[in-house]
Design a binder for this molecule. Structure first.
Ligand SMILES: Cc1ncc(COP(=O)(O)O)c(C=O)c1O
Length: 398
């Protein structure tokens, strides 16, 4: 067994491998250049074409392109009229944006614990915290593995609770062939942040079958200005506009949409490459007692946004944080998805949360480490990650 770099051995690789890198090929460059040369840089024809193709890809009636997933989550709540006095249930095992947006509209965030296997919001835990004030539930498809939306429908529909799927990780995920985001009665929001399975640099897309909600989100995303506000500087548009609500500035621009169009055309290839990398990791790690592999199910086609490996408690002589440091010494980048939201200083000091409040989420977070996963990884990169992980597991096994 070879000595880990952190213990004085030679690193598995000489150059640093980041956890994620965006793919930017000639098609992305050509699309963005064409947008730059078109004379129209804000919301325009490329944004609408991107929305059209996204509607087609997801199988959704409406798609509204935005400058982030956070904006889409926020606008969903605003458009649904959720505000002070209302409660919104979500998971603590998420990025802070999911919970922050609830506070932005003046409502109360109510957390419920996750399924210890998938890391997804647990419908049974959610049912326990539903009250007459519950107006929305925001499940997060953790890592791209879809939540049990049938169970959430069963809770939400009879109580007229809005389901907003935080699909930040889940573009391309499917259950029994049905894409995440295609359910007409719900709202789903994708993220196109730089590291995501599909990126526009920064960006997001809200999809839904709800006509009124989609229309409100569109208006709210551009200052609350009446229809076709984006056209007001074009020959086809008019200088006249009316403000229907005090809206926000959350629209997507042409450069982002150009990048998105090129990426969407490659999305199935990206997911196939991510899947191949995951299968290589799984095959290398599945016999290791110390390692718990990410959730799988035959009905699930996974976007493979991240690979959250978990260290089985009591099997290694080093902590999760030391494991991360040791991988860093091997020149392998990692990250943790996520520090549970309720344990961040703001949430602790404002709402009095402490450790132990959501034990499954805390356990999941405390033992997990996400490994590099992006489509341009070479087979050599993948093997380096495998070698580094197996080296640490072998050397530090109890
Ligand atoms: C689960 C989750 N929700 C929401 C977001 C926010 O996405 P965006 O950066 O596009 O606003 C992220 C960001 O990575 C996320 O991981």
């Amino acid at each position: 067994m070879s000595t880990p770099a952190i213990a004085g051995g030679v690193a598995v690789r000489q150059t640093f491998l980041p956890i994620a890198l965006p793919h930017v090929g000639p098609e992305e460059k050509a699309e963005v250049l064409a947008a730059l040369e078109s004379g129209w840089l804000s919301t325009g024809p490329r944004v609408f074409e991107f929305e059209r193709r996204m509607r087609e890809y997801v199988g959704a009636k409406h798609a509204v392109a935005l400058n982030s997933c956070t904006a889409g989550l926020h606008l969903s709540l605003v458009a649904a009229g959720i505000g002070p006095g209302d409660e919104v249930i979500t998971t603590p095992l998420t990025f802070t944006a999911t919970a922050n947006v609830v506070l932005h509209v003046g409502a109360s965030v109510v957390f419920a614990d996750v399924d210890p296997h998938t890391g997804n919001l647990d419908p049974v835990a959610v049912e326990r915290v539903i009250t007459p004030r519950t107006k929305a539930i925001i499940p997060v498809h953790y890592a791209g593995y879809p939540c049990d939306m049938d169970a959430f429908d069963a809770l939400a529909s009879p109580r007229d609770i809005l389901l907003v799927e935080d699909a930040a990780h889940a573009i391309g995920s499917r259950v029994n062939g049905t894409p995440v985001g295609s359910a007409a009665h719900r709202v789903a929001v994708f993220s196109f942040y730089a590291t995501k399975t599909l990126t526009t640099g920064e960006g997001g897309m809200l999809v839904t079958g709800r006509d009124e909600l989609a229309e409100r989100v569109r208006i709210l995303s551009l200052h609350g200005i009446s229809k076709d506000a984006w056209k007001r500087h074009s020959a086809a548009g008019s200088w006249y506009y009316e403000v229907l609500a005090p809206g926000f500035k959350d629209n997507m621009g042409e450069l982002a949409a150009a990048l998105g169009l090129a990426q969407l055309a490659k999305l199935e290839r990206f997911i196939a490459r991510r899947e191949a990398i995951v299968q290589a990791y799984n095959a290398a790690f599945c016999h290791q007692e110390a390692l718990i592999l990410p959730a799988e199910h035959p009905s699930v086609r996974h976007s493979r946004y991240i690979y959250p490996l978990r260290l089985r408690e009591g099997t290694l002589k080093l902590s999760r944080n030391e494991f991360i440091d040791a991988l860093r010494a091997e020149n392998i980048g990692t990250s943790v998805y996520f520090i549970p939201v309720h344990l961040h200083p703001y949430y602790r000091s404002t709402f009095g949360y402490a450790e132990g409040a959501y034990p499954h989420a805390e356990q999941f977070s405390a033992h997990s480490v996400a490994l590099p996963l992006f489509p341009d990884m070479t087979d050599r990169d993948v093997q380096d990650v495998i070698d580094a992980v197996l080296r640490l597991v072998g050397y530090y096994r109890r």
